[in-house]
Design a protein around this ligand. Structure first.
Ligand code: TXA
Ligand code: MG
Length: 350
């Protein structure tokens, strides 16, 4: 299959640039498109055969359900049984980087939900994503537009690396604003559980819905015999080819100096050692493969660069990577969660 490309010009009318893409969705094709979180690989969410093509293109296990994307929060009630908490979340954060899981209605094929009786619903804020959904006139099922197991794509070039020749169209809308996938919450029996941290933080959610239970899979590897709430949590994710070790900033005085000293000692032993950490540590490092995530306190910036850097390591002969994670407040929890997964939960003490 030949994959077509469209580059979006934000100064021009959006509709005329996206009519062709919406046409492809309606006739059963696959379209990769930008969102404010990461790029998605979209198809008509109401057609089980189209959903099946998504799984095939990504090499995704068929029990891992897809998120359906809608252009207005009110549309959710066509596809699932909405509740008060959804309404609160929708008026506070939608359109935006949050996904809510609720009981599905029959119109959503079970292929889309991996056989579950729930469906994940998201209304993205990105103007390209919204216009595409609106013009398609169907909800769009879209996982991240990467090959299963790779970091999610945060620019069109990442999508091309993984999916060129396997999908109909890639819409290039530049780099994603947030860089990590949406926050996922599950609402059942009036309780809210956080299954995946993202741009809408626990602190932001708690102001609107009260107590939020952070699922244990956010911070630790689940034992083999425990079934995760979000099936996607059990699969290996975001891992570069080199082994990743995670160092947690414990907030003690002198941590930056100690972390730099430790990583420099590893680089001295093997120059193919890589590092992924804040600017303050990077400034002290002497090595070939240093990735600067940005100033220590600017975790929004860390989120934006993390996935691109993980991909870049794979283009080098880096042998081992030391990543440093900051505190869990705000978007820090999401950054740490993705770093934990990239490292296979491999935390080391220094
Ligand atoms: O930001 C995002 O959410 C991006 C963009 C494209 O919107 N999409 C995304 O989709 O990250 P994906 O498929 O890569 O991740 C969706 C996660 C998976 O871990 C999946 O298991 C979980 O959501 N999920 C989807 N539907 C679910 C359901 N009904 N119950 C539990 N987990 C669900
Ligand atoms: Mg994904």
């Amino acid at each position: 299959m030949t994959t077509e490309f469209v580059k979006i010009d934000y100064n021009k009318d959006m509709e005329s640039q996206l009519t062709g893409a919406a046409e492809i969705i309606r006739r059963g094709g696959l379209v990769a498109f930008p969102t404010e979180t990461v790029y998605g690989l979209g198809a008509n969410a109401l057609d089980p055969d189209d959903a099946a093509r998504i799984y095939l293109a990504k090499g995704r296990p068929s029990d891992n359900p897809l998120i359906i994307h809608i252009s207005k929060p009110e549309e959710a009630e066509k596809y699932c049984f909405v509740n008060d908490i959804y309404s609160k979340i929708a008026s506070a954060f939608m359109p935006g980087p949050i996904t809510v899981i609720m009981k599905k209605k029959d119109i959503i094929p079970s292929k889309v939900t991996g056989g579950l009786d729930t469906v994940a619903v998201r209304c993205p804020s990105d103007p390209v994503a919204r216009k595409l959904i609106e013009l398609s006139a169907v909800p769009i099922a879209a996982p991240s537009a990467n090959t299963s197991g790779k970091p999610s794509p945060t620019c069109a070039e990442h999508v091309r690396e993984d999916l060129e020749g396997k999908i109909d169209l890639i819409i290039d809308g530049g780099s994603c604003q947030i860089g990590l996938e949406s926050t996922i919450v599950k609402v059942s029996d009036g309780k809210v559980s956080l299954l995946r941290p993202g741009g809408i933080t626990v602190e932001m959610l708690e102001k609107v819905v009260g107590e939020v239970n952070v699922d244990r899979a956010v911070r630790e590897r689940l034992p083999e015999n425990v079934r995760p709430e979000a099936p996607g949590m059990k699969y290996r994710h975001y891992a570069p080819e080199a082994k990743v070790f995670l160092i947690v900033d414990d907030g003690t005085p002198g941590f930056i100096g100690r972390a730099a000293e430790y990583i420099n000692s590893r680089i001295a032993e093997d120059p193919r050692t890589g590092a992924l950490c804040c600017s303050e540590i990077c400034e002290k490092l002497k090595g070939k493969y240093i990735k600067d995530l940005g100033p220590k306190t600017d975790k929004t910036e860390h989120a934006k660069h993390l996935f691109a850097y993980l991909r870049e390591f794979d283009d080098t002969d880096v042998s081992v990577i030391y990543a440093v994670t900051e505190d869990e407040s705000g978007i820090g929890l999401a950054v740490r969660n993705r770093m934990l997964k990239a490292s296979g939960y491999n935390i080391i003490e220094i």
